[in-house]
Design a protein around this ligand. Structure first.
Ligand SMILES: Nc1ncnc2c1ncn2[C@@H]1O[C@H](COP(=O)(O)OP(=O)(O)OP(=O)(O)O)[C@@H](O)[C@H]1O
Ligand SMILES: [Mg+2]
Length: 263
């Protein structure tokens, strides 16, 4: 197999809590180009901590990350600023991350402006980006709170893709959406991955969603990976008691005859 896009080794960041600690307690995994790896686990298991470490929003206490051939945790200053576009993140509800007074056009222009493009080029790229995620031009002058949650998530995805990332970290990207919109966004993500070939680290506590999108699953429990494998294998034949309990909580999942290509 070729070198993975992302290789995480023994990544650690602990927060003290009472007499013990919580956070991320030494996790190792890899993501290949074009692959979707799901990080699953209950609330507080360390999923977002992992995302924040990889996006360099917080500093690791230990461990190593190779991303796209570079020592990712050693990147600093200007080099890191330049490289940030290669690894982008999408949050559960982007409303908190978006400037509430900026139109969608403006929000989508920002990454292209950072790339130093001219006005006309930016306008064209914004229209293309909107189209790529299935949004009509007529929404361009709306503010974030003037569109639906699903439309907002499409904008967040378009914005994340503007810098042509090799890896997208999606932290519960469909958890705030209702079921039909959720399916549309998952389809969009699958299509974008086919078109662009970028890797996804897909964080979710929802095994039905994970089943619909992931090639592989990592099961995080109290800051450690307790099980990993192909999605279908892990869901059909979980080895760790914690994974078994996660699956037992969603009885629909063990119905036979569904494949992960179902809507
Ligand atoms: N900045 C912080 N200071 C102290 N504790 C923190 C901090 N960030 C996270 N934690 C703790 O670390 C643990 C893991 O948090 P994290 O946000 O990674 O969980 P999660 O798996 O994303 O959960 P959820 O599914 O609820 O989003 C939790 O117990 C959380 O309270
Ligand atoms: Mg979280």
């Amino acid at each position: 197999m070729s070198t993975p896009l992302l290789t995480v080794q023994n990544l650690r960041k602990l927060y003290s809590r009472g007499t013990g600690s919580v956070g991320l307690d030494g996790v190792s995994f890899s993501v290949a180009a074009g692959e979707t790896v799901a990080l699953v686990g209950e609330s507080g298991s360390g999923k977002t901590t992992c995302a924040r470490l990889l996006t360099r929003l917080i500093e690791a206490e230990g461990g190593a990350v190779q991303f796209g051939g570079v020592d990712w945790l050693a990147m600093r200053g200007e080099a890191l600023r330049h490289a940030r576009g290669r690894l982008q993140m999408v949050f559960q509800d982007p409303i908190a991350a978006f400037n509430p007074r900026a139109s969608l056009r403006r929000l989508l222009s920002d990454p292209f402006r950072l790339q130093g493009l001219g006005r006309q080029e930016i306008a064209a790229r914004v229209r293309d980006a909107f189209q790529e995620v299935g949004l009509p031009d007529t929404l361009l002058d709306r503010l974030p709170h003037e569109v639906s949650g699903g439309q907002r998530q499409r904008v967040a995805i378009a914005r994340a893709l503007a810098s042509k990332p090799e890896l997208l970290i999606l932290d519960e990207p469909v958890s705030a959406l209702d079921v039909s919109v959720r399916a549309q966004i998952l389809n969009l993500l699958r299509r974008l991955q086919r078109d662009r070939g970028c890797g996804y680290l897909f964080i979710s506590h929802d095994l039905a969603v994970v089943r619909a999108i992931a090639d592989r699953i990592l099961v995080l429990h109290q800051g450690r990976i307790v099980e990993e494998g192909d999605t279908e294998t892990v869901l059909a034949d979980p080895r760790h008691p914690y994974t078994q309990s996660l699956i037992a909580a969603v009885p629909r999942l063990i119905e036979p005859g569904r494949t992960h290509h179902d809507g």
